[in-house]
Design a protein around this ligand. Structure first.
Ligand SMILES: *[C@@H]1O[C@H](CO)[C@@H](O)[C@H](O)[C@H]1NC(C)=O
Ligand SMILES: *[C@@H]1O[C@H](CO)[C@@H](O)[C@H](O)[C@H]1NC(C)=O
Length: 327
């Protein structure tokens, strides 16, 4: 009997210790129903105001959410500021270079919530809601957001290493990185299309438009006119702060033109263009280039799955008072 209960205790411990990183059980649409019934309206108002001030809020927030979830789960660890004793996630060289306005929108929403008596809303949930709201502001699909994430207790620059996709990644590499987060190739393609409202620094495309390799000056998968456009926008010795639109056709609209661009060789990063050049992902690109509604459905599904990655509970997280610092 004693041995039997020991087995049960051990089994329970295993279940409990595995639970935090795999559970979606705590996530619910109405998580703040009693503690903050207006959480959505309060965040949405802040996002709308911020987007009116600067469009960059949209790509910056999307990038921030993606980075947060891919490194240590969707737990607002990306928002933590470095201290003399800890170099945080956000200061890794692969950091969110455009994300200042994403940080700002979360900080402002947190302030607005606290002012309305909602001090128990996590920074991780604020970022998740703000991300949905910026998609809507850009004309993308409006979807229901699952809530109930706790804020993480750890943020290190070292944890970023090898976990974020890079501009020169191929489909194998992209699929592997997304699979680590239980995301499929379809999810990967749908989430890549967030570049429909993205910006890129010239340094990230420089290798495609000049001295590509010894036989091709320009990447041969790049549309010739678009290559000229990129060369003009990104001259040699360009100011490193200059950013270009990733979607050259409808850069401020969340739409499936991203996929039509790929069909024409107008993918800005190698990691965009390979989605069309690789025969495994091309059928999906072609399908969504034709059907915006199908793309929207896939995007919402992928975002919902992304929002479940590495969710923290009260056991390994808390509700931060200041989104940029541990309590
Ligand atoms: C990104 O990291 C660099 C150091 O690697 C830092 O100087 C810069 O401020 C960081 N950018 C943001 C937005 O945190
Ligand atoms: C240059 O790139 C093209 C296209 O990827 C490739 O076909 C060619 O073999 C490369 N040349 C060299 C010398 O690597």
């Amino acid at each position: 009997m004693a041995r039997f209960s020991l087995v049960i205790v051990v089994a329970l411990c295993i279940t409990i210790s595995v639970f935090p990183d795999t559970t979606t059980a705590q996530l619910r649409n109405d998580f703040y129903k009693s503690s903050c019934p207006n959480v959505e309206q309060i965040v949405t108002k802040v996002v709308k105001d911020k987007v009116k001030q600067t469009f960059v809020t949209i790509p910056a927030t999307l990038r921030l959410f993606f980075h947060d979830c891919f490194v240590n789960g969707c737990d607002a660890s990306v928002l933590i500021q470095s201290t003399p004793n800890n170099k945080a996630e956000k200061d890794h060289p692969d950091n969110v270079s455009l994300a200042g306005d994403g940080f700002d929108v979360v900080v402002k929403a947190k302030k607005a919530l606290v002012a309305k008596g909602c001090s128990k809303v996590s920074c991780a949930d604020i970022l998740t809601l703000a991300t949905r709201d910026v998609v809507v502001e850009a004309g993308g699909p409006k979807y229901t957001v699952e809530l109930g994430r706790f804020d993480g207790l750890v943020s290190t620059a070292a944890s970023v290493n090898g976990n974020l996709p890079g501009p020169n990644d191929n489909v194998n590499k992209l699929n592997a990185l997304f699979a680590k987060n239980k995301l499929t190739q379809e999810d990967m393609i749908a989430l890549s299309a967030a570049h429909t409202v993205g910006f890129a620094h010239c340094s990230k495309v420089a290798n495609r438009i000049r001295n590509f390799n010894s036989t091709h000056f320009v990447d041969p998968t790049l549309n010739k006119d678009y290559a000229k456009q990129l060369q003009a926008a990104c001259p040699k010795n360009v100011d490193p702060r200059i950013a270009i639109n990733i979607d050259p056709e409808t850069p401020r609209k969340f739409d499936n033109i991203y996929f039509k661009n790929l069909q024409q060789g107008k993918g800005t990063f190698t990691s965009d263009q390979v989605l069309f050049t690789d025969g495994r992902s091309r059928p999906t690109v072609n399908a969504w280039a034709k059907d915006n509604a199908a793309f929207n459905t896939a995007f919402v599904k992928a975002m919902t799955k992304l929002g479940r990655v590495g969710v923290k509970t009260s056991r390994n997280g808390n509700i931060r008072r200041d989104c940029g610092a541990f309590n």
